[in-house]
Design a protein around this ligand. Structure first.
Ligand SMILES: [Zn+2]
Length: 864
């Protein structure tokens, strides 16, 4: 009895509070992962906040709001002693991450004192819902468990847990699941993008940082915590292996240090061993998922000297289980042709029921194993992190490229500043020159951005700035290409139309560090009678749209103009300088960072008034990420628009021209637009129709625009409307509207022509209004899109962008360059009173291709 009392007296405060933490099962009334049961974002955040209050091992922070205003949270989890010293551990991380002056001995002391920092991110893809249900269980166990395993982890590791990288989508999917539970639609994905702008592409944003959620995570990755290990949880298709973890598949990106790939492989295989010890089956490595592309959450750390781990679990139908009869499990990609034992797949799963709870069990097992690795190998992991950062700095002093300079003398100065800001979000250090210099007889004015490669982010910068040479991988010698996991090109200066000078010799520059890049604007002169805004500034479109919203009259010049000794390209925005315009312009030019020219004489070039068009975007129930990114770009540039659903095309007496001047069809196949089926090109194929009795979207969310929609679109164009057909939608315009053109790449097998996300250079006819503000050469983004030959017609078709005779490839993979020779990339085809504009590339691809935005935004200003 006495002994018992003693024990009570020495109960740490931790244990007392732990007793008050209620388990997820008790809190929510069911075990996480029970069939057909889900908790939503409100419940998750509330549980996290409660544990934050009651536990000395957990600190929960709100990093900001999601796109639609939900709390975006981070839990910091470690032992009570570590939690008391978080600022010290952060400081250690920063010193190891930026070891400019940190010597080996001092680093060893910091390694000894520090903890391994592991960032775990969940549920970036909202229908991959299991991890959010897992998150509360992990939090509960870390906060309350006294097991030696958990204590070892918490003593040696600081766990950073983001329970969803997309809170809006988590809520959307749970709401949709509950709404459709018990109906034929139970287990379907919602008929809208689960990220407001990006859908699934929210995991293609990790160098561009368009999305606020990515930027919140970047604060943790590159400014606050500098975690050495990043682990991102996903789910994949249902019918193959149960779990994928690294080693990643080939090919290997040349800019990832071998030590880092080796450590990632080691950690992956450590997890595999742990899972087999615990009897988990169906674990595969080294297939499908490669680490060549750096735009995803689990991979981007590899260019920042961190270990990046991905897990992919076989899915269920949201929370509805699936039964797999014996023999129904397949392989996964070329590196696992069948569900049979081989070296990267040691213990096949043979089938049976598969439930949400199974996914959680696997994911938890991976998480514990990974954290165990982080705890046991703390010294090695941290020492290597320091060594890799140190080596990046050293390499920057002894091998080219030494630096990149983004000259202030730039066709589009806004794009240059935006590019610099994107880099700084990812922790890149940038300076601005304070003196003009000359490199290879090119004058680089003061105010240019200088990016030294003597910094830890060396490989990240290099990989973003150089052209990608994707290896020419075939399925077998002479056979079709091995499909890459994602795109094969992302060279950011090309995508953004920014000119960069690479320094292959060290050059001394006078420069100062900056935290933000700004394009110089200036105040309008009060005496001027007209204000001119140059269209080469991308942001001039945002400014012009803001003026139109405020009912200020804006003209554009139709030809080049010479004014007061300065030459201006065609497409100059011209505003008469009354009091109202002047007052507005002052603020707007600063906000949009666009300079104004005040002049006293009107330009002599012919001018026309531009007007805000009434714009509609087709939003399919199948969902289209391209549609979402289009809205993103329009929102960025202050353009109003409305959403069109199938009904708007199909309803009786639909008169689209009455309400709209422009209709945008996102990059979609003909079958998807007309019938609402993913399918391939073959209209009669019914293979993508659901198996009888499997989950199916409600009737009102099925189908496409139908035959009625095709007729309504024909009438729209004939009566004066402008139809923008993005990428594959041009095929629809050719095949269904019978616009006089052919797609020269239609039906060409991929062994003869293939370009799965590559950057090409094309010629631009800058005399065409659609190309105002552009250079006469441009980089375009191409993802197996059409290339056109225009046909004889009763009206004059216009070629805006075209391919030359030599290979247009500038970055990424291209098979069959000769197929593009002489073809058209962008055309404007007048049809009666209206017109169709074909974009044979991705004009606003993932909101990354700032360099071609103008070719899109011009069409909107010239359609009314
Ligand atoms: Zn995923």
């Amino acid at each position: 009895m006495k002994k018992y009392l003693c024990l009570l007296l020495f109960l740490p405060s931790l244990l007392l509070s732990q007793q008050n933490i209620s388990s997820p099962e008790k809190t929510f009334g069911f075990k996480m992962g029970d069939d057909r049961k889900l908790i939503d974002w409100t419940q998750i955040v509330s549980y996290f906040k409660t544990v934050d209050e009651l536990s000395n091992r957990v600190v929960v922070q709100e990093l900001g709001k999601s796109t639609l205003g939900k709390p975006f949270v981070l839990a910091i989890i470690s032992s009570e002693a570590n939690i008391k010293n978080l600022e010290r551990y952060k400081s250690i991380q920063r010193q190891l991450a930026k070891p400019y002056t940190l010597e080996t001995n001092a680093a060893a002391q910091l390694v000894d004192e520090g903890k391994t920092v592991v960032l775990i991110t969940l549920n970036i893809h909202s229908t991959e819902i299991a991890s959010t249900q897992e998150s509360v269980e992990l939090l509960y166990e870390f906060a309350t468990s006294q097991s030696p395993q958990v204590e070892k982890i918490l003593d040696n590791v600081i766990v950073l847990l983001i329970p969803s990288l997309n809170p809006d989508g988590q809520q959307l999917v749970v709401d949709w699941y509950k709404k459709t539970l018990g109906t034929p639609a139970e287990g379907t994905a919602p008929p809208e993008l689960y990220h407001h702008y990006a859908g699934h592409d929210n995991n293609r944003d990790w160098f561009m940082y368009n999305l606020v959620e990515s930027r919140h995570a970047a604060k943790v990755l590159y400014h606050g915590w500098f975690p050495e290990i990043v682990y991102d949880q996903h789910q994949m298709g249902s019918n193959g292996p149960r779990l994928f973890v690294p080693p990643y598949a080939d090919p290997v990106n040349p800019n990832v240090p071998p030590l880092l790939t080796a450590q990632t492989n080691l950690l992956g295989n450590y997890v595999v061993a742990d899972l087999h010890r615990q009897g988990f089956k169906g674990v595969v490595t080294g297939t499908i998922f490669n680490a060549f592309f750096e735009g995803t959450m689990s991979k981007t750390p590899l260019w920042h000297n961190r270990i990046g781990i991905l897990s992919e679990m076989a899915s269920v139908q949201i929370a509805t289980p699936i039964y797999f009869p014996k023999g129904s499990i397949g392989g996964a990609g070329l590196d696992l042709p069948e569900n049979k034992t081989q070296t990267n797949y040691l213990d096949p799963w043979e089938g049976g029921w598969w439930r949400l709870r199974d996914i959680i069990d696997y994911e938890k097992a991976v998480t514990y194993s990974l954290l165990d690795f982080a705890a046991i190998l703390k010294e090695k992991i941290k020492t290597n992190f320091y060594a890799l950062n140190h080596e990046a700095i050293r390499a920057g002093q002894s091998a080219p490229p030494y630096a990149y300079i983004i000259s202030a003398d730039q066709h589009d100065p806004n794009a240059a500043a935006i590019l610099a800001n994107k880099l700084m979000i990812a922790g890149v250090e940038i300076q601005q020159t304070t003196q003009a210099i000359s490199i290879d007889n090119k004058k680089i004015p003061a105010g240019s951005f200088y990016i030294s490669l003597t910094q830890p982010s060396r490989m990240y910068i290099k990989d973003l700035f150089e052209a990608q040479n994707y290896p020419d991988l075939k399925q077998y010698p002479g056979g079709p290409p091995r499909i890459p996991y994602d795109v094969t090109a992302w060279t950011l200066p090309m995508q953004m139309g920014v000119e960069v000078v690479e320094l292959d010799e060290p050059v001394a520059v006078q420069a100062k560090s900056i935290q933000q890049a700004v394009t110089p604007a200036g105040t309008p002169s009060t005496a001027a009678r007209y204000y001119l805004i140059e269209r080469r500034y991308t942001n001039s479109f945002g400014l012009a749209n803001a003026l139109l919203k405020d009912s200020v009259t804006v003209f554009e010049t139709m030809q080049p103009a010479q004014l007061e000794n300065k030459k201006f390209d065609a497409g100059l925005f011209v505003i008469a300088a009354d009091e109202i315009a002047r007052a507005k312009l002052d603020g707007l030019s600063k906000e949009w960072e666009v300079p104004l020219y005040g002049v006293d004489t009107k330009p002599t070039s012919p001018m026309r008034e531009i007007k805000a068009a009434r714009i509609g975007i087709y939003q399919p129930w199948l969902t289209s990420m391209d549609e979402g990114w289009t809205r993103y770009v329009l929102d960025q540039f202050n353009v109003a628009y409305q959403i069109l659903h199938n009904e708007d095309f199909k309803k009786q007496n639909a008169n689209l021209k009455q309400d709209l001047d422009v209709i945008i069809l996102p990059d979609m196949s003909t079958t998807a637009i007309v019938d609402g089926r993913r399918g391939g090109g073959d209209e009669d194929s019914r293979e993508d129709e659901p198996v009888l009795g499997t989950p199916e979207l409600p009737k009102e969310n099925q189908g496409g625009i139908g035959k009625e929609g095709v007729e309504a679109l024909k009438a729209f164009v004939k009566e004066g409307g402008t139809l923008l057909a993005f990428g594959g939608a041009a095929n629809f315009a050719i095949e269904k509207l019978r616009v006089p053109a052919v797609n020269e790449l239609k039906g060409v097998p991929n062994k003869d022509f293939y370009a799965p996300g590559s950057i090409f250079e094309v010629d631009i006819d800058t005399t065409q209004p659609l190309a105002f503000g552009m250079h006469d050469k441009a980089f375009i983004y191409f993802t197996n899109n059409p290339a056109f030959r225009l046909l004889p017609y009763v009206k004059e078709s216009k070629i805006i962008a075209s391919y030359g005779d030599s290979s247009p490839r500038r970055s990424g993979w291209l098979l069959g360059a000769e197929r593009l020779s002489g073809n058209v990339a962008l055309a404007e085809i007048p049809i009666e009173k209206g017109r169709v504009i074909f974009y044979g590339f991705r004009v606003q691809h993932r909101a990354q291709t700032h360099g071609t935005y103008k070719l899109f935004l011009n069409a909107l200003l010239q359609s009314k």
